[in-house]
Design a protein around this ligand. Structure first.
Ligand code: ZN
Length: 86
């Protein structure tokens, strides 16, 4: 799980510009013990929660706000409980 890694670092003026134009900006690389490689670490902005850090997910390389991700998991868990009748 690579969500909600760190608080986003202060962005430079160039990084803020790239973020505005592309919707994401690379701020570093991420690795874990036992990994051979690195994943690019991006800062992106969530309309609801503000700036967040994430690594790309899936073949489309999408970024997801960790707080939205948690909300979605919770909503899915609740839907499952309700669907199961309690
Ligand atoms: Zn969010």
């Amino acid at each position: 799980m690579t969500r909600g890694l760190l608080a986003p670092p202060p962005l430079t003026r160039l990084q803020r510009l790239v973020l505005r134009v592309r919707g994401r900006v690379k701020v570093g690389e991420y690795t874990r013990p036992g990994w051979k490689g690195y994943l690019p670490l991006y800062a992106a902005r969530c309309g609801e929660h503000g700036l967040f850090l994430d690594t790309p997910h899936g073949w489309r390389g999408e970024l997801e706000c960790p707080r939205c991700f948690e909300d979605r998991l919770l909503a899915e868990a609740i839907a499952e409980l309700v669907g199961a009748g309690g």
